[in-house]
Design a protein around this ligand. Structure first.
Ligand code: MN
Ligand code: MN
Length: 463
């Protein structure tokens, strides 16, 4: 009988060959540094898919077993398929999200106040506002001009670039601020970015702002009004680094959820077709603000894309059939891992830990049967029959894993995309990597968990 791999420290498995974990982590760090926004992540994912032989769905006329296909939705959301012999009877789906909390520039961001120009922001996702002051930030995104031109903005990631940041009050004058609760200490409207300080010579009014506008015109060909049709994100400027004296961990911005996106992507590459079941990987946007909108998990993009494929399949076989009926049955028969992070049990904050039910750092991918809050509200409560089916797969492959929940009952909660796909009546469970400091500008994960999660996703797809 295979040894039971549940609730064991993964490092014990790699004592002789930890280089596997370090190499995988190095590749991941590169991915992270190139994927600071959902757009950049989508672009990195597309590049990797093309390199692995994937073709754009819009370019194919017919569909065959073994085809590797993908589509990108509005530059922020990717779906990929490896067509199996059973075509669209059922899918094995990995779904992760590629957006992360950050500060977004408002549509009229530039203003001069005091002796500087600032950029007005609106934070995106659940952030502890005080964590975003006095840290190096980069500005990354696009400015879309009326003539159709898209100007890529990427300032602060290259070491030669300037960086930006949000001021915090000096401790010397903070006696009133220090009395406030953490949630009130930094006001959302005060999360503005200091941008420039040199006035344009011979100008009396708004001289610094005029200088900024001149720089933007000359360097980027954009006007103040062009920010109306822009998406620019202020993200932590520091690179992903090894963390800990034993280099066992990785510190970075955006582990949630790019660690699961990366391990899903890696699991999806280098697969030699044909297989029985059709495989699917989905990378969604907007998870951190409730999965609403065109590029989110709730978008019809996934359904529409599968409809397109079913249509191609029916055409090839000169079959008449109801595309929507086929779509519904296909999704109902599908299985999914909602690949998202969970909270790692933190010894400094034991008061929020659910005893014996916390994800442990280094103990492998964690299944969350449910997330939600206060009485499981909003949760996808995964079916035990499905969990047993997955446990059996993992134990056969000696993959370490754990099964826990986010934290103490009634103390908070969280959500993922699991419930959205479960509404198709498919079996879905959250399965991902434990994280320290989730949603902070610097999050921490274990290299062992990253690699073991990749193995979990690979087995889910192939075995
Ligand atoms: Mn997440
Ligand atoms: Mn999150």
């Amino acid at each position: 009988m295979a040894e039971y791999k549940y609730n064991k420290n993964v490092w014990n498995k790699y004592l002789q060959n930890r280089n596997i974990l370090d190499d995988f982590a190095d590749k991941y760090k590169t991915f992270l540094n190139n994927s600071k926004t959902e757009r950049l992540a989508a672009s990195e994912i597309e590049k990797a898919l093309i390199k692995d032989g994937f073709k754009k769905i819009s370019d194919v006329k017919l569909i065959n077993v073994g085809d590797k296909l993908y589509a990108v939705n509005k530059n922020k959301n990717v779906i990929a398929f490896i067509i199996g012999k059973k075509m669209f009877n059922n899918l094995r789906i990995l779904c992760s999200h590629i957006d992360s909390p950050r500060l977004d520039l408002k549509q009229n961001p530039i203003y001069e106040d005091g002796d500087v120009v600032l950029l007005d922001t609106h934070y995106y996702g659940g952030v502890k506002k005080y964590q975003w002051t006095a840290i190096p930030l980069a500005l990354v995104g696009v400015v879309c001009k009326k003539n159709g031109e898209v100007v890529n903005i990427n300032i602060g990631l290259d070491k030669k670039d300037p960086i930006f940041g949000v001021n915090d009050l000096l401790i010397h004058l903070s006696s009133t601020q220090m009395e406030k609760p953490l949630s009130k200490a930094i006001d959302g409207e005060k999360l503005d970015i200091t941008f420039a300080s040199i006035p344009l010579s011979n100008e009396k009014d708004s001289a610094i702002e005029k200088h900024v506008i001149k720089i933007l015109e000359e360097k980027y060909g954009i006007s103040k009004e062009d920010f109306t049709s822009a998406e620019i994100e202020a993200v932590p400027a520091f690179e992903a680094r090894d963390f800990g004296i034993d280099r066992s961990m990785i510190a970075s911005y955006g582990h949630d959820d790019r660690c699961c996106a990366f391990s899903s992507l890696e699991a999806f590459l280098n697969i030699s077709a044909p297989l029985e079941d059709t495989l699917c990987a989905i990378f969604v946007d907007k998870e951190e603000i409730g999965s609403e909108g065109a590029t989110s998990a709730q978008s019809y993009f996934v359904e529409n894309t599968i409809c397109r494929l079913i249509d191609l399949y029916l055409k090839k076989n000169k079959q008449q059939g109801d595309i929507f009926y086929n779509l519904r049955i296909c999704l109902e028969n599908s299985i999914m891992l909602s690949s998202d992070v969970t909270a790692a049990d933190d010894p400094l904050f034991k008061e929020v830990s659910s005893k014996n039910n916390m994800a442990r750092l280094g103990y492998g991918p964690c299944f969350n049967k449910y997330t939600g809050h206060k009485g499981k509200f909003g949760a996808n409560d995964a079916n035990p029959e499905y969990i047993a089916f997955l446990r059996n797969k993992l134990d056969k492959k000696d993959i370490y894993y754990q099964s826990n929940e986010l934290g103490c009952v009634d103390i908070g909660g969280g959500g993922t995309i699991a419930y959205i796909f479960a509404n198709y009546n498919m079996n879905v469970i959250d399965a991902g990597i434990p994280v320290f400091n989730m949603h902070a500008p610097m999050e921490v994960i274990s290299k062992a968990d990253l690699y073991e999660t990749y193995l979990l996703y690979r087995t889910f797809l192939l075995d």
